[in-house]
Ligand binder design. Sequence first.
Ligand SMILES: O=c1ccn([C@@H]2O[C@H](COP(=O)(O)O)[C@@H](O)[C@H]2O)c(=O)[nH]1
Length: 292
Amino acid sequence: MSYIELLRQSAEAVNNIVCMGLDPQIDALPGEGSPREKINTFFDELFHRMKLEGVSPAAFKPNIGYYSALDNPREDDFSGSQALCDVLDMLDGFFPGIPVILDSKRGDIARSSLNYAIEAFDKWGANATTISPYMGTDSILPFAYEDKGVYILNRTSNPGGAVLQNLHILDPIDEKEIYPLYTAVAHLIASLAKDHLGLGAVVGATNIQELKDIAKYYANKDIPMLIPGVGSQGGSAEEVMAALRGEGYDIKLARINSSSALTHPWKKAPVPEDYLDICLKNIKSLVEKCSL
Ligand SMILES: O=c1ccn([C@@H]2O[C@H](COP(=O)(O)O)[C@@H](O)[C@H]2O)c(=O)[nH]1
């Protein structure tokens, strides 16, 4: 099945377009034990509750950094990577058919990119990954597997994203129009996606007018959009849904991501006793806002 079909099918199956981020912050997790044990116990409990209450997002997005930072490779300790294996195994069991996006933001010279593609798709078994466009077309294409998704950083959600992404440039082809760099990236994504179905874009929820402009450009082009920045970063899911619908973008191809607000909204405060209820409430509320 192509990634585009997987996105459409999974959205229809769960009737929403939420992407649940899985970025464990060890200090914010309940219970005792090693980081791997804490991650395991927490997600096992949370996924059980979600299953029990019939709640499912339409994608999951572990960010690899939150796991690999727990490894101590020079001491033969790969417990962070093992924790990611545990989480991926749980997702297979609890949520079959729901895409997993491994957020690793790679992108390099072609043969190095190919190794990163092998890492994400063949080794971790992800359905999709994230990459940077900064090194250009030859750095992107090794990720274009037939049945996988590739989200290219287009207009990111972080406050510093504008420093480069909003620089005004002269159109490199006709040298007439002037527009922000993120528009040139969108043009590149759309042109590559004609021959490589599954290439998509990361567009943050924190700059709603820019998101609207990009969604309008992608409408009817079968370009998946991964939209982080909702929840902890202040983006509004309702505004994103209205923007996508308003611009005629096929919402089944979008995934609206929230990570910490769904798994540890208490941030650095002590873990509350009713932590599972809090997570479930936030997940259900986002699912409701992002329903088809
Ligand atoms: O533009 C981007 C690209 C990626 N991210 C990632 O998404 C999650 C967001 O976490 P929250 O806790 O919901 O803020 C995280 O993994 C980021 O690395 C992004 O935020 N913005």
